[in-house]
Ligand binder design. Structure first.
Ligand code: C2G
Length: 131
């Protein structure tokens, strides 16, 4: 049976920290599915829209060699439904989410990977805007 890995993220202003988590997530199984947070979810969660709209963020993530399938994550509260729908064996998140998804250990493995240090979408935006 192929092992399906599921991970979630906004992946706005795509950078190497995003690539690292996706590559490491893919290495934990045979098939990697990525839930890309919708623009509306980000507006609700962070009070602002991402720099790149959801269809562009999805297209970038879909084009990565490690990614098999992409879908739009429309609600933070629907993780259990997504995990079930994609028949996930493993849920992977960066360790900024450590402990937050332990409730899903009844249906899959939950793995938190260390974040890549010193890079974030916010830091990239700041670096560009102060040039
Ligand atoms: N990430 C990382 N290292 C960085 C920056 C990000 O490993 N330097 C990881 C995050 O931990 C996350 C993924 O990259 O696992 C995507 O990060 P974001 O786009 O910031 O995602 P976020 O807004 O946290 O959305 O349902 C959960 C949300 O969709 C997660």
């Amino acid at each position: 049976m192929p092992r399906t890995v599921l991970t979630f993220g906004t992946f706005d202003v795509f950078h190497v920290g995003h690539l690292n988590v996706i590559d490491r997530a893919a290495a934990l199984g045979d098939r990697l599915v990525v839930g890309v947070s919708s623009d509306a979810l980000n507006e609700r969660k962070k009070g602002r829209a991402p720099v790149f709209p959801e269809h562009e963020r999805m297209a970038i993530v879909r084009a990565l060699a490690a990614v098999d399938e992409v879908f739009l994550e429309e609600s933070l509260e629907s993780k259990r439904e997504y995990l079930t729908a994609f028949d996930a064996d493993v849920l992977v998140m960066g360790d900024d989410w450590e402990g937050k998804f332990d409730e899903f250990r009844d249906i899959c493995e939950v793995v938190y990977l260390p974040r890549t240090p010193a890079i974030s979408t916010t830091a990239v935006i700041e670096r560009i805007s102060t040039r």
